[in-house]
Design a protein around this ligand. Sequence first.
Ligand SMILES: [Zn+2]
Length: 108
Amino acid sequence: MLSDLIALVRLHEMEFSLADDPALTPDRAEVEMRRCRAEIDPALLARYEQLKRRHASGALVEAENGICSGCRVTLPRTSAARLKHGPASCDHCGRIIFDPDSVYHFQY
Ligand SMILES: [Zn+2]
């Protein structure tokens, strides 16, 4: 679901200090990460945590023009189409991929 994905992207940004938000102190980040974890589907969150141990650069990656930005392999057309409705898995590296266009217009 898209709301799961939005919470997951936010969690990922905070874990990797990618959130460009000077007001986000470590204490606030901790609270917000806990809130994100509570919003994400438990199965998706478990997969994310498992993948995170395998991929130091992160378990969640963007699709860029039909390519997995984690491993640079072209996604099958069916996976690319599925991204409009929520996250998918890369068949090659297993990372969770998402379509940035479906997420970044959303205001947190
Ligand atoms: Zn991949």
